[in-house]
Design a protein around this ligand. Sequence first.
Ligand code: 5GP
Ligand code: MG
Ligand code: MG
Length: 179
Amino acid sequence: MQNDIQEILISEEEIQQRIRELGAQLSEEYAGRTPLVICVLKGAFIFMADLVKVITVPVEMDFMAVSSYGGTTKSSGIVKIIKDLDTSVEGRDVLIVEDIIDSGLTLSYLIDMLQGRNAASIKVVTLFDKPSGRAVTLEAEYTGFVIPDAFLVGYGLDYAELYRNLPYVGVLKPEIYTK
Ligand code: 5GP
Ligand code: MG
Ligand code: MG
């Protein structure tokens, strides 16, 4: 698996350090409240797990699975809900945890949906942001790393469902896509 990686962009230590900073900021943001933290599966599950451990306020957690990419590396703009929340968001302070924002289409769909369900507040924390890929105007309130327009794998991010378990984030060798 490591042999398929051309370059490590962000090391395990850098990721963990940044998550501790985000956790401290979010603990301040939500002081005195109990946010509902929503993990957007599958890509955000590792980030979510590490993040909630460094948030010091009580949180509730729920999970949603959406799909926008199918088997390719470009967003189709079509968002399909594969698993919906178990929890009502009505009146809740919602924190959406995303792995990466590229076009922003997935997230803008999710935000609209949660607004329609009358959440009290909706904020987004994303580990990675590729602003150059945006198709809609959208900013996360909290961002781990701003990255260039490349297809990343590792730390939750997959290519054809593989590489999610790498503890760092890197780019694949080109021959992996063309196999
Ligand atoms: P968007 O709708 O913002 O274009 O894309 C959102 C989703 O596409 C992300 O949550 C992620 O699942 C996937 N995605 C976007 N960029 C990348 C990338 O560089 N690598 C991987 N593995 N997935 C990506
Ligand atoms: Mg995602
Ligand atoms: Mg994927």
